[in-house]
Design a protein around this ligand. Structure first.
Ligand code: ADP
Length: 683
């Protein structure tokens, strides 16, 4: 027997392992099982090139749990280690610049393990003593036993071992007894080892017999050694892909479609990406793409490796070329990783393009499920936008689908305004904006449905990308003003009559928090509604952007501003005007008379003060001017009160306002109740 010190320049490696790798203790199993798999594969390779003369036999790797003795043993029948090899690979770990490195990456266990080739030593995260009992495949090799209790000292001695291969025995320490639970261990094997290329057995299969669970003699193989992504796409059927998906994400709906990735130049990458059917946002974040390295599970945070928008997809990516054991920031600057990312983008896009081309109807049927991914990609990735613009779809209120180009051709003729700007009309809610949609359609316009989570942002992007194109929501204005052409209808009402109407209606509009109305009249033809409420596209959009973007608080704080447009062509509006004029005439005319006098005097004063500097104006003049404007305001207020008093008794005014509010989904609570009561009375 021989004793020695492990060749580490740092005082003692084990406290470091335990301390720094604290959060990721469970990966010891991944490291040891994949070492065992590697050793088995190496032997297979030697065998295939004729350098191994013995019998390969069964290469199954076994993980054994002994709760009583508090050990976990990982056994393989791979190449094994000679005593020289133990010395070389286990005892002499190169530790250059260890302290600096540990300091830098202390929170990133993977980085540390990768850097030091510490795979095997991760065993000390959970074990107080580790034994290696190994017999090399080399002819005449003697079995060796290496043992170490977590201090830098080890022992190495000859031992007896019948079979070729290596047993790693972990004597689990008291803080890590969780790993002695069968469930826990089985969960970890499932997570990290499900697709390893050599069979891995955990204990024996269990069977139900006479109402009891009994252990059989058949090994319990926990992995699939030839997972779908390693197989040839042409040999696989849809059922295979769907079955594999269900294996990865047991509770999920069938995927919409998938992409089998397979590259070997300029980097190695295989995998299958699935477009999931997303029901809720929760589904999106729950299931993730899994990253493998030669069939060993590494992580399910693939940010940096696949483009952001594709992290929403499901499936697996396997690449030995992704530097797995380095920090995230390094990943993002790695040129291989960049190539992989753009390769995946291109592949996904090609696949979408081909589905679109070969099965347009199927593509349209899936559009609502995939538009989130596509729009997200278009918004965040320039190169993806350029590809996707050829198959991204618009959906109109009749549920017809158009590509961007098709749609432009469709509306160009009828929806170009007098300045040559193409106006795309859209609705965000087919039900709520029904009357506006109908009005637009009656005018021969087409209306898009833009009700997706990303549509506000997409609209902004498309306005920048498309030439001379503007998006306007159908309720942004009365239909005649949505697309301003030369044959505009003019407001034919005299200003004084217009004023009577607007003041009358304004006085009866509800006073709502953070909501402002401005009232105007317009001749819209007697077939149109008497009162229409619209909201300016610009203001509404700024507010919407403010709600999803930071740094736009200013707009978020603004009240919602609506326009109330009175249709001066409508019989009811005409009636209100006539009534109001008649009912208020007696009270209004003396006020008007006074107002006229005040205005006349005001004009004289203004003429006198014109072109004079503040200090040159006579104080008497100034005082009078001030007095006059006060008087004017007072008279205006008096007038408003007269109209308001009249309006408050006019049921038609209230009724028309409420109907318009109702049409915009703005009539609620008590106001709605009052409206219903009033309507009944009117009947
Ligand atoms: P890495 O696997 O990254 O090289 P490890 O610390 O896990 O680092 O292993 C060091 C070396 O020890 C391996 O490269 C391999 O040569 C040898 N080794 C580890 N486990 C086994 C095993 N089960 N059978 C044979 N050799 C092994």
């Amino acid at each position: 027997m021989r004793k020695g010190n492990i060749g580490v320049t740092t005082e003692n490696i084990f406290p470091i392992i335990k301390k720094f790798l604290y959060s990721d203790h469970e990966i010891f199993l991944r490291e040891l099982v994949s070492n065992a798999v590697d050793a088995s594969q190496k032997l297979k390779t030697l065998d295939s090139i004729g350098e191994f003369k013995g019998e390969l036999g069964d290469l199954t790797v076994q993980v054994k749990l002994d709760k009583e003795n508090k050990t976990i043993t990982i056994s393989d029948h791979g190449i094994g280690l000679t005593s020289e090899e133990v010395d070389k690979y286990i005892n002499q770990i190169a530790f250059s610049g260890a302290n600096d490195f540990l300091e830098k990456y202390k929170d990133d266990a993977n980085a540390i393990i990768g850097h030091f080739g510490l795979g095997f030593y991760s065993a000390f995260m959970v074990a107080k003593q580790v034994d290696i009992i190994s017999k090399s495949h080399l002819e005449g090799a003697k079995a060796v036993k290496w043992s170490c209790d977590g201090s830098p000292e080890y022992t190495l001695e000859e031992t007896e071992k019948a079979e070729r291969g290596t047993d790693i025995v972990l004597h689990i320490d008291d803080e890590s007894i969780e790993f002695l639970e069968e469930e826990r261990l089985s969960g970890l094997l499932h997570k990290y080892c499900s697709f390893l290329p050599i069979p891995v057995a955990f204990g024996f299969k269990k069977e139900w017999k006479d109402g009891k669970q009994v252990v059989t003699t058949e090994l319990n193989i926990i992995n699939d050694t030839a997972p779908l992504w390693t197989r040839t796409p042409s040999e696989l059927k849809d059922e295979d892909y769907i079955a594999f998906y269900k294996k990865l994400y047991p509770m999920s709906d069938d995927p919409l479609f998938w992409i089998h990735l397979n590259v070997d130049y300029p980097f190695n990458l295989t995998g299958i990406l699935y477009f999931p059917k997303v029901k809720t946002n929760i589904d999106l974040s729950k299931n993730k793409i899994q990253l493998y390295c030669n069939q060993v599970y590494v992580t399910d945070s693939v940010e940096g490796i696949v483009p952001d928008f594709l992290t929403l997809l499901h499936g697996v990516i396997d690449s030995p070329d992704i530097p797995l054991n380095v920090s995230r920031s390094y990943l993002q600057s790695d040129s291989n990783v960049k190539k992989i990312s753009s390769y995946i983008t291109k592949k996904v896009s090609d696949r979408l393009q081909s589905i679109f081309k070969n099965d347009r109807q199927g593509f349209e049927e899936k559009w609502n499920d995939i538009k989130l991914f596509i729009n997200y990609g278009m918004l965040t990735q320039e190169d993806f936008f350029d590809r996707a613009k050829n198959y991204a779809l618009f959906n109109d209120t009749d549920n017809k689908f158009y590509t961007y180009e098709e749609y432009q051709t469709l509306v160009k003729e009828n929806q170009t305004d007098k300045d040559g700007t193409l106006v795309y009309l859209y609705a965000t809610n087919k039900e709520e904006q029904y009357s506006f949609i109908e009005a637009a359609q009656n005018k021969g316009y087409n209306v898009l449905v833009m009700d997706g989570q990303l549509d506000v942002a997409l609209i902004n992007q498309l306005e920048q990308k498309f030439e001379k194109t503007r998006f306007t929501r159908v309720d942004a204005d009365v239909v005649d003003n949505l697309i301003v052409k030369d044959d505009q209808l003019k407001d034919t009402l005299e200003p004084s009559k217009s004023e009577i109407l607007t003041t009358t209606f304004k006085s009866q509009l509800p006073k709502l928090n953070k909501l402002e109305f401005s009232v105007m009249t317009q001749a819209m033809g007697n077939n149109n509604s008497p009162v229409i409420i619209t909201q300016s596209e610009y203001m509404r959009r700024m507010k919407e952007m403010a709600s999803i973007q930071t740094g736009m608080n200013f707009y978020g704080e603004m009240p919602d501003m609506f326009n109330v447009v009175l249709n001066s062509d409508h019989e009811l509006i005409k009636q209100v005007l006539a009534d109001s004029e008649k009912a208020t005439a007696a009270e209004i005319s003396p006020i008007e008379k006074e107002l006229n006098e005040v205005d006349a005097r005001n004009q004289v004063l203004e003429l006198e003060m014109k072109d004079k500097k503040e200090e040159e104006i006579d104080t008497v003049l100034k005082d009078e001017s001030k007095e006059i404007s006060e008087k004017r305001a007072q008279l205006k207020a008096q007038k408003d009160t007269v109209f308001a008093t009249y309006a408050s008794k006019n049921k038609i005014v209230r009724q028309l306002i409420d109907l318009a509010l109702l049409q915009n989904n703005m009539l609620k609570g008590q106001a709605l109740n009052d409206f219903v009561k009033r309507s009944i009375e009117l009947i």
